[in-house]
Design a protein around this ligand. Sequence first.
Ligand code: SAH
Length: 217
Amino acid sequence: MIAIMDYGLLRDRMVREQLVPRGISDKRVLRSFRGVERHEFVPPDLRGGAYEDHPLPLGEGQTISQPYMVALMTQCLALKGGERVLEIGTGSGYQTAILATLSKEVFSVERVKGLAKKAESTLARLGYDNIRIKVDDGTLGWRENAPYEAIIVTAGSPKIPETYIAQLETGGRLVIPVGTAFSQILTLVEKKPDGAVISELCGCVFVPLVGKEGWKE
Ligand code: SAH
């Protein structure tokens, strides 16, 4: 017998069992997680586990984050639909796709060329047309298109790089894991007219943000 996975059912279960009970309540975010085909972004031999409650290896020593972590970071950005979003660490492109369903345009920077190319082709194949990806050191942001209403960093940083605050619109939000190379605190920065307001959300573990304003290679 050939077992055919009902990915739609698995996505619905992921939302009900992993996201809603842990406090993901933004209706648009939940709808996006029900729609975006996470199994298309994971290595083919790991597809069966694409909707499980943990991160997965992507190749090149990188990982696609646990669904809940992607949802939590996304919800923190409080996207309404009209934003231009900067993402650092394209990886598989899964988080990029989620952001693309919730905003006007996503600018995503990835330092590993092989990952960027793969993500770009997956996203194009699935029909996302409001995403731009570039291969570069994302610790410098993407100055040409700044300012952004939202910035999301999906690799762990030793500090909050000044570049991101500078490239954030006043009223905008930045979410970034800050800490050591092995564990971080998910940190939300809100840029207000009179300065940045920083809140620490929870512990997390991301691969290191490697670059000029991050960790050295
Ligand atoms: N959001 C991704 C997670 C990828 S893991 C996903 O859902 O699949 C973190 C990614 O950050 C890796 O792909 C890594 O190569 C990338 N990265 C690390 N340092 C970077 C930098 N300075 N600029 C851009 N990307 C970086």
